[in-house]
Design a protein around this ligand. Structure first.
Ligand code: GDP
Length: 195
């Protein structure tokens, strides 16, 4: 699945720029630096695919990639930029809210959480948005190669209890390392199973 099937389509800055809603899509969200680009690259088996979304000027865009002709993989802008000016933050929060609640073909969201840092306030906010929009989501812990087993167990407990408050959340976490390859096959098969 995916290898060679994934191409950048476009970056979107407003709802009227979205591609036609003619196939299923899944989206990826997470704080900046959570490892989202690395994960998307690992998933799709390409090296630099999601790099586009990390270049200056692209960071506030919703980036669309194809999953063959079956669907779209949607890379949402990283949130939690400490230094972004308020109007910029507000503009993209509005777009995000419109996208999550208004995109008929959005089937699943993946919320990425750094295994070292756990669930932060901005993560809680996006999960609440997903609850209100009734978009089911999976929480993906990233960079698990960077934490000791004992710390990981603690992070899992804390994250699971945070998830239990969110009706739209899948109870099972996906543990990943883009560096080592953990969890990549699991994520691929989750996406492959989405109609
Ligand atoms: P993004 O801002 O969410 O797109 O994050 P990036 O994918 O650019 O990753 C941010 C930093 O974390 C980079 O220095 C990556 O090399 C590093 N990183 C990403 N995924 C992993 C991982 O699974 N393991 C380790 N050790 N580092 C990672």
């Amino acid at each position: 699945l995916f290898a060679g099937e994934t191409e950048f389509v476009k970056g979107v800055v407003a709802m009227d720029g979205l591609p036609p809603a003619d196939r299923m899509e899944v989206c990826f969200a997470g704080r900046s630096n959570v490892g989202k680009s690395s994960l998307i690259n690992a998933l799709t088996g390409t090296r630099n695919l999601a790099r586009a979304s990390n270049t200056p000027g692209r960071t506030q865009e919703i980036n669309y990639f194809t999953l063959g002709d079956r669907g779209y993989l949607v890379d949402l802008p990283g949130y939690g930029y400490a230094n972004a000016p308020l109007p910029v933050v507000e503009k993209w929060q509005r777009l995000l809210r419109q996208y999550l609640s208004g995109r008929q073909t959005l089937r699943r969201a993946f919320v990425l959480i750094d295994a070292r840092h756990g669930v932060k306030k901005v993560d809680e906010e996006i999960m609440s948005l997903l609850d209100s929009a009734a978009v089911t989501f999976e929480v993906v812990l990233t960079k698990i190669d960077k934490v000791r087993r004992s710390d990981l167990d603690r992070a899992l407990d804390v994250t699971r209890s945070a998830l239990s408050k969110h009706p739209a959340a899948y109870p099972e976490l996906v543990l990943t390392s883009s560096e080592k390859g953990d969890g990549i096959a699991t994520l691929r098969s989750i996406i492959a199973g989405i109609e």
